[in-house]
Ligand binder design. Structure first.
Ligand code: ZN
Length: 333
């Protein structure tokens, strides 16, 4: 992995402190760039009371791609009664003007959803199970491993229809039913996904219970045990540990992260809780550190403000509240 180049255009103090920072970062073996997946159209909007119009969803997705998103989770193909906010994902997928090299991904729960995704021209889907046995048994009456094996028919369908599958393991770090989820349990679910041919996986902290020490340990171990899997991390900032967890993930060598415009998205076990890490917050942190994201931060901030406007309330984004570091520097000079 390439070592980091400190971006001297940011607000890093010159001289000795800059040298100390550079030394510190290189010791941490941080990636020089990361890929940020915009999950706002799915994870964010499904938690909102406001029902966006088809046009608004299409606009958010198209603007995200123009702002630099390389992966966008555009929605989910689930039963409309289960998640009414996602009822028009088929139409969203058909309407968006696609940008070359951008991956448009959707969540599916079963073969029916996968068939809908295929019909709407989606080439990448995500299947989700919970790492927590208690959570999975309570929700699906199946263990996580049984739930993954239930996706075997989806795997067959995907192969014959040229669709790539990815998997997400929710509650990978903690769960309200079990507390801390043991790494061995997460590894068992990863193995089940491998058996059905899934080679891209996301460890998701759905309830915001992960801490940086745990993230570092889990990421190092899964990377070591499954070196051919592409890893992605998905943190909710429910307890303010989201960006710290990203830093721990980067130290462990993971370079793909999910975020949500304006920091939308809640926690299924804590109504009203803070949602996903805000896209603009992570981009701002990375750019201040000299880590490339490929995003235009100002465009992302503008999207975040538009999101707040159309959902009609404030959100948990720090940058939308406080502005960028450089805004303050400009204001003083
Ligand atoms: Zn989530």
């Amino acid at each position: 992995m390439a070592s980091i180049n400190v971006n001297t255009k940011t607000n890093v103090p010159k001289g000795r402190s800059q040298m100390i920072q550079k030394d510190w970062l290189s010791k941490l073996k941080m990636p020089a760039s990361i890929v940020i997946c915009e999950v706002g159209p799915r994870d964010g909007l499904q938690n909102e009371k406001a029902m966006l119009t088809l046009e608004q969803k299409v606009e958010l997705i198209e603007r995200s791609a123009l702002a630099g998103a390389k992966i966008i989770e555009i929605g989910s193909f689930v039963h409309p009664q289960a998640v009414p906010q996602m009822a028009d994902t088929d139409e969203v997928a058909r309407r968006i003007k696609r940008v070359e090299d951008v991956e448009y991904r959707a969540l599916v729960m079963n073969l029916r959803g996968l068939e809908r995704a295929e019909a709407a021209g989606i080439k990448k889907v995500k299947l989700t199970v919970s790492a927590s046995r208690a959570h999975s048994l309570s929700n699906l009456k199946r263990t996580p491993e049984e739930a993954v094996r239930g996706f075997a028919e989806c795997a067959e369908y995907a192969v014959t229809h040229g669709i790539t599958l990815s998997g997400a393991i929710s509650t990978s770090f903690g769960c309200p039913f079990e507390g801390r989820v043991p790494l061995e349990q997460v590894i068992s679910v990863i193995s089940s996904f491998k058996e059905i041919g899934v080679n891209e996986l996301s460890l998701s902290d759905t309830t915001g219970m992960a801490n940086p020490d745990q993230v570092y340990e889990y990421c190092l171990r899964v990377k070591e045990q499954f070196p051919n899997i592409t890893w992605n991390l998905h943190f909710h900032n429910t307890r303010g540990m989201g960006l710290a967890n990203v830093l721990a993930g980067m130290m462990a060598g993971i370079d793909r992260y999910d975020t949500c415009f304006a920091g939308l998205g809640g926690c299924p076990f804590a109504p009203g809780a803070t949602g996903n890490i805000a896209t603009e917050d992570l981009i701002h942190m990375c750019h201040e550190m000299g880590i490339e994201t490929g995003y235009d931060l100002d465009q992302v901030i503008s999207i975040g403000r538009y999101v707040q406007q159309i959902i009609g309330h404030d959100t948990a984004s720090f940058i939308l509240k406080a502005g960028k570091n450089s805004d303050i520097v400009c204001a003083q000079t």
